[in-house]
Ligand binder design. Structure first.
Ligand code: CA2
Length: 183
């Protein structure tokens, strides 16, 4: 016989922190996106550490720290974790691309002058399965002819040039769309 006052079939609530009572500890269904942020790599090539410090008439007044802050803000809205790097050394950028291959869901890169010279960076990106977006602060097509060609563009899923540092946020937003994330 059922005891009065207790609804049929309902067990008493489990104490907080109990493995079956706290979803942060245990989820009976696999849904990583609820609990885990996915890394997105944002890579910057040579001399971009000088952003905002030299040639503001070409590159503007925003610094690389401003770029990083903007990327973190946009990425957070989509639930991405940002791994943000800059290097003047080609091999370091290639190392980060290899690292990204293992863990990342997408990559945004401003290869700077390496865009126009580096088959090695192109090869590294060709070994990646996730979306890749190439960003240039300036409109490279309005500049010297040697900037009109980018090896990285042969792999990039999209290229943004001439939007200033806003280009990085636009690229991250596109990643969010492609990966089905809501802002
Ligand atoms: O427009 C871009 O973002 C570039 O990737 C910037 C590169 C250039 O070689 C590419 O053709 C286009 C140059 C980055 C150097 O940035 C500086 C910033 C301030 C002062 C000096 C260099």
């Amino acid at each position: 016989m059922r005891s009065a006052g207790k609804p049929a079939g309902l067990a008493p609530p489990l104490p907080k922190g109990h493995p079956r009572g706290d979803r942060r500890v245990f989820q009976p269904w696999p849904n990583e996106s609820r609990t885990m942020t996915k890394p997105v790599y944002v890579l910057n090539g040579p001399n971009l550490n000088l952003l905002g410090k030299r040639q503001p008439h070409i590159y503007g007044r925003d610094t690389l720290a401003d770029v990083e802050a903007a990327c973190r803000e946009t990425a957070a809205a989509f639930g991405f974790e940002v791994r943000f790097h800059q290097s003047n050394a080609e091999h370091e950028i290639i190392g980060w691309i290899h690292e990204a291959r293992e863990t990342a869901v997408g990559l945004v890169i401003n290869p700077a002058a390496f865009s126009h010279t580096s088959i090695a960076i192109l090869d590294a990106l060709n070994a990646c399965d996730f979306p890749v977006f190439e960003v240039h602060v300036t409109n490279v097509h309005r500049r010297e002819p040697f900037r009109h060609r980018s090896y990285v563009s042969l792999r990039a899923d999209g290229v943004i040039a001439g939007f200033g540092i806003e280009g990085y946020a636009l690229a991250l937003r596109r990643l969010g769309t492609l990966l089905g994330k809501d802002a």
